[in-house]
Design a protein around this ligand. Structure first.
Ligand code: SF4
Length: 477
């Protein structure tokens, strides 16, 4: 177990008053070495907690002058202080196996850790879940959790996970529900494997065995050009339509039997099938928004002025955890939301409408929104309806991953740079922040390396509307 390191101390906080410093290692709280940020939070929640820290070669004990239930005011370097539990499955559809070599190491981490499910909304298969984990989840009320179901037929599930424990690990789902834990499920649907009759069996199995499940979303597998699995292929339009039809039938059944829809379909299926999205009300508050379910309708509503639908990235429990670092796709996206000039142009020049050569030209006439192919299908009609010719799209095909990968969040800097290089200088380019994690694209590039200056805009309809209305979302320098 490695001691977490303090990465920030809030000014005026109990930690700051006690003299804690960035770089201090946190060895123990109230005499115990916390295993993760969840345990840290519980320990530090008490009044006047005692912290043992290591600073350089010295170990110190400090007492925080705080009341019970108030924050300590530090952020630490990781969420899990012992080892992140990695997954022992080898799913054919796993996107991590489809990543090209040479990307950031953290992208190759196959986590299957209920703690990351609780903190960040990562899905877990429960194949490495234990009796001790169950005790802890129930005792500490670690709810909600997010579980990958894929199939309720034990043999099919074991086959899909390529792990015989996949046949039995849903018993933990039953135990979690029995313990009153809120659980959201997902079914990654692979054509020819768990679609059709198998999918119907899974939906029936969920209603039969796990009716307390809060939601279950059907999402399509992603197939990049780098897959080595010959049986994995994208859905056809007809197969996507069949998934939509089946899930909508079961939604209607569940509305009658359980009083709620229970099942939801990812937006990608509607796009693939060429169908209209259901109305926003059919998403019941968008509980699986970050899984690509209802994103288009939420975006549209926020773009049209309904600020309540500007969901952006929901940080779940993480937002409330004093000390938890950002991680995974919930890491801060942009380093700062300002106009990012290409390396050869100064920010001041950009604000004045400078060209790459440094001349100051007229203010940009048109605005272009950079997006992936699926984003274009949603944004195109919205821009045409609300902004006419004043705004247009720069649609970036995903050559890096290829295959059926068309979501904006998986665009790399290299693909965006290629597309922008063919666009005129002197126009205004808006880049959704979903392409970035801590200011970098998936391939490690930064927006400053792009051939045109871009303005980074939060990926929600309200932020884009404000940016297009001219004043930006407070992000243009
Ligand atoms: S459980 Fe998830 S991370 Fe593990 S192999 Fe399957 S898809 Fe990949």
């Amino acid at each position: 177990m490695s001691a977490p390191r303090v990465v920030s101390v809030a000014a005026g906080s109990p930690a700051a008053r006690a003299g804690l410093q960035v770089g201090d290692e946190l060895l123990a709280v109230a005499g115990r070495a916390p295993r993760d940020v969840i345990e840290y939070r519980l320990l530090v929640d008490d009044a006047r907690p005692e912290l043992e820290i290591r600073r350089g070669h010295h170990e110190l004990t400090v007492e925080l002058d705080k009341e019970a239930g108030t924050p300590a005011g530090i952020e630490v370097s990781s969420a899990v202080f012992d080892r992140v539990r990695t997954c022992d499955n080898h799913c054919e559809f796993c996107f991590i196996y489809q990543l090209p070599k040479g990307m950031r190491r953290s992208l190759y981490l196959k986590d299957d850790d209920y703690r990351l499910s609780f903190l960040y909304g990562n899905f877990t298969t429960l194949t490495r879940f234990t009796e001790l984990d169950l005790e802890r989840v129930l005792a500490e009320r670690l709810s909600p959790l997010f579980v990958s179901i894929h199939a309720t037929d034990p043999l099919l599930r074991a086959r899909m996970l390529r792990n015989r424990r996949g046949a039995t690990s849903l018993r933990w789902l039953r135990a979690l529900l029995d313990g009153g834990i809120e659980v959201h499920g997902q079914i990654v649907v692979c054509p020819g494997v768990n679609d059709g009759a198998a999918l119907e069996g899974t939906l029936a199995g969920i209603v039969d065995e796990y009716p307390e499940l809060a939601t279950a979303a059907c999402v399509p597998l992603g197939v990049s050009d780098h897959t080595t699995e010959p049986a994995m292929r994208p859905h056809t339009g007809a197969e996507a339509g069949a998934v939509v039809d089946l899930v909508e039938q079961w939604q209607a059944l569940c509305l009658g039997a359980l009083g709620r829809r229970l099942f939801y379909v990812a937006d990608e299926y509607y796009l693939l099938a060429g169908r209209r999205f259901p109305p926003a009300a059919a998403y019941d508050g968008f509980p699986q928004h970050e899984n690509g379910v209802g994103m288009a309708r939420a975006f549209e509503a926020a773009f049209g002025g309904d600020e309540g639908s500007a969901l952006g990235t929901r940080r779940g429990f993480f937002a409330a955890v004093d000390g938890a670092p950002a991680a995974g796709y919930r890491a801060p996206r942009a380093v700062s939301r300002r106009t990012v000039p290409p390396a050869s142009v100064s920010p001041v020049a950009v604000a004045l409408g400078a060209t790459r050569s440094g001349e100051v030209g007229p203010a940009p006439l048109r605005t272009a929104v950079v997006t992936g192919e699926y984003g274009a299908a949603v944004l195109g009609p919205l821009l045409a309806r609300h902004h006419g010719d004043a705004a247009r799209l720069v649609v970036v095909p995903n050559r890096f991953f290829g295959g059926n990968i068309a979501v904006t969040g998986l665009l790399t800097g290299a693909d965006i740079a290629r597309a922008l290089a063919a666009e005129p200088a002197g126009e205004r380019y808006l880049l959704p922040d979903v392409c970035l994690s801590e200011g970098r694209f998936l391939d490690g590039m930064t927006p400053t390396e792009l051939p045109r200056p871009v303005e980074i805009v939060a990926t929600d309809g309200a932020a884009l509307r404000r940016a297009l209305e001219g004043g930006g979302a407070g992000e243009r320098s």
